[in-house]
Design a protein around this ligand. Structure first.
Ligand SMILES: [Zn+2]
Length: 202
């Protein structure tokens, strides 16, 4: 027994009894949808690095690692799907798994936006810190800039604060700063801003 590549219905003959497509037509339909889904996934993945610096999560680096794994997994599944479809092998389960991956970049980006957007300025907590290091990674989009400070959270040695180019340039190693942290409405703490210690915060 084989299954229709497009709708997944079991079929004994070449033409699918459920959707009426021949096996060749079903493969074309399946491939079209795969391209559409993958495009949507890639678009979300491209948006992600633009969205994250707006309300940068304190654990941004961890999230980027997680996101990288997710990205790699999804594309691997897409390649497998394509190969198995070409050989007309069973793809129903893999198709469903892949469909679950498709909206994830959009959901994650949306969650990070909402998390900061709906937060109230009155909840900002200012934590004193001294800069231990600076980290710049040039990237395709805009690069990653981090100020490294000792962590104030339990079970965490350092915080790698995501900052914009201005803040990155105006602070040096050894500077004493205050880190404005917001709790996030979804519980994802994010960096509201970094300020020079003892100066009025603009
Ligand atoms: Zn069908």
């Amino acid at each position: 027994m084989t299954r229709c590549l497009d709708c997944g219905a079991a079929r004994e003959v070449d033409q699918c009894p459920a959707c009426g497509l021949t096996s060749a037509a079903a493969e074309v339909m399946f491939r079209k949808r795969l391209v559409k889904q993958t495009t949507f996934f890639l678009a979300g993945s491209l948006i992600f690095p633009y969205v994250t610096p707006i309300y940068p999560p304190l654990d941004l680096d961890l999230m980027l690692v997680f996101f990288g794994v997710l990205f790699f997994l999804a594309l691997t599944i897409a390649v497998f799907l394509d190969r198995r479809a070409r050989k007309h092998q069973e793809i129903e389960i893999l198709k469903r798994v892949y469909a679950g991956f498709i909206p994830l970049p959009w959901i994650l980006a949306g969650a990070i936006l909402l998390n900061g957007r709906l937060d109230s300025v009155s909840k900002v907590v200012y934590v004193p810190a001294q800069i231990h290091g600076k980290f710049l990674m040039k990237g395709l989009v805009r690069g990653s800039r981090r100020l490294v400070v000792p962590s104030w959270r339990p079970n965490q040695k350092f915080e790698r604060l995501p900052v914009d180019p201005d803040d990155f340039d105006r602070f040096a190693v050894g500077d004493r700063i205050e880190v404005g942290v917001e709790p996030g409405v979804l519980g994802i703490p994010w960096v509201y801003g970094v300020y020079r210690e003892g100066r009025p915060r603009e």
